[in-house]
Design a binder for this molecule. Structure first.
Ligand SMILES: N[C@@H](CCC(=O)N[C@@H](CS)C(=O)NCC(=O)O)C(=O)O
Length: 213
């Protein structure tokens, strides 16, 4: 029987962080598919009342406990499993620093940018251009950080890496630019993450790809 349930769908990089962590720690878990695209499930009162008042995936269920916000879920699973934890007080703060930067400025822009390009009807080109400009700058910051480092905090992978890679394994066509090719150190780091036992692509790990007609 699954130890954990995860409300998720395949196209969500935010949910992928949680799904990837579950897979990397070797947890027994099962997905609960959320029909974001066709059914608008996260916007339904039922979802907001019964699953997550914030109207988002991921949501992790562990017995009676229900957690949302991928950063909270990653912290919870790291503490519980003892895996991918930052070591010591300073590294903990550094980990939090990169996770917040990621949530706000890296995957926080990658997700909406990809959504507008692929699935929103009539996205304003000026909005897309704004996002792309911010992304180029913020990905360059991550690339510089990873130059000469194996992982964001040093030699060992932590939940900061699992958070930061959230959207970066999705196909380049979905972004209209190739993150690993344009940002070489990010490319090498993604290759390193791929070698971690339990790694799987978001479209393999979570249900809902391709989107049903
Ligand atoms: N900061 C949140 C972001 C979660 C998020 O934005 N999830 C998206 C899917 S990728 C969502 O559920 N959006 C629903 C909506 O905005 O209606 C996290 O890291 O968990």
């Amino acid at each position: 029987m699954s130890e954990y349930k995860l409300y998720c769908f395949a196209q969500s990089g935010n949910a992928y962080r949680a799904a990837l962590m579950l897979s990397l720690i070797g947890a027994k878990w099962g997905p609960i598919f959320v029909d974001f695209f066709k059914g608008g499930e996260t916007r339904m009162p039922k979802y907001r009342e019964e699953v997550n008042e914030m109207g988002e995936v991921p949501v992790l269920v562990d017995g009676n406990k229900k957690l949302s916000q991928s950063g909270v879920i990653l912290n919870y699973l790291a503490e519980k499993s003892g895996k991918f934890l930052p070591q010591g007080a300073d590294e903990k703060l550094e980990c939090l620093r990169w996770m917040i930067f990621d949530n706000q400025k890296v995957n926080g822009f990658l997700g909406p940018y990809r959504f507008l390009r692929n699935w929103a009807k009539g996205a304003d080109p000026a909005v897309l251009a704004f996002f792309k400009g911010r992304l180029d700058g913020n990905l360059a910051i991550v690339n510089k950080r990873l130059t000469g480092r194996k992982f964001l905090l040093g030699d060992h992978p932590t939940i900061a890496d699992i958070s930061m890679c959230g959207y970066m394994f999705y196909p380049a066509e979905e972004f209209g630019f190739d993150i690993p090719k344009e940002h070489h150190a990010i490319g090498l780091w993604l290759d390193r993450i791929k070698t971690l036992p339990g790694w799987a692509h978001p479209y393999e790990l979570m249900p809902g790809y391709p989107i049903a007609a």
